[in-house]
Unconditional design. Sequence first.
Length: 198
Amino acid sequence: MDNPLVIVLLVALVAAVAVAAWLFMQKRRTEHLQEQFGPEYRRTVAESHDQRAAERELAQRAERVEHLQIRALSPREREQFENRWRSVQAQFVDDPSGATNEADELVGQVMATRGYPVGDFEQRAADVSVNHPHVVEHYRAGHALALRSARGDADTEDLRRAFVHFRALFEDLLDISADEHDVRADARRRDTHMEVRS
């Protein structure tokens, strides 16, 4: 193989195959992250304005959560949390602000019991997005409305919306089954029309 042209062609072929393999792996990685994170993938890419940086962040989240000791709730724990939720929901009529804050805290307690670290809010949202990507936006929206409430900047309708957001994540964290979900969807519709005293 003393022919320089043959050597150059072989090197070019090997480089082309390597580039094609790299592009294929990148495409597969993107598809996997899109499937795993769903709407959270789109949100992270939009916020980052850099698809590769966003994908690195999402991959790091998944790796971090993989090393956590996330577990399902026991039937007893689940029942206790459901009872507490009903109590907080009943409180909403008389004290929307207090009930919304308690709902936020209760979601955090469920997360902690399941094994999610109790760090700052952004870290909690990032961690929960790995296993609950379709409802983490509810968590962010509910939390933002709860913060507005704490500043005295939210009305009763804002608090009702925050409460509904928290419930979406709460139910997902409790691993509500598909059958139960239909029953609970009716309750959510009732929440949409929740009457509160002014």
